[in-house]
Design a protein around this ligand. Sequence first.
Ligand code: FES
Length: 118
Amino acid sequence: MNAIANSEIKIWYKAAREEDFPQNGGACVKYKNIQVAVFNFSRRNEWYACQNLCPHKMQMALSRGMIGTLNDEPKVACPFHKKNFSLRSGECLNAEEEKISTYPVKVEGGFVYIGFSF
Ligand code: FES
């Protein structure tokens, strides 16, 4: 379901406690110089992570976007101009927009980890 396979993950970054993320919402986490939007999609009992940067107008905004589904595809809508991005593939679903990076997420022992391949 995530853009990179588990075998490619070099580090599981311990981002924060599970309860630090709002239910059915997102929060921004910094790893090195990357802002990552992490989503607790509790309605689906799923977690997702993607770049926080919206490629449309280069706004650090996706963590504040609204999450939902389109034909069962989990997605986030940028709060600025409502471009929708798949939280699985990173593809833009409603415009000709650059694909965003997505990252695997796991929850263990009450902590949320993000997988990076670099
Ligand atoms: S800045 Fe995100 S949709 Fe325009």
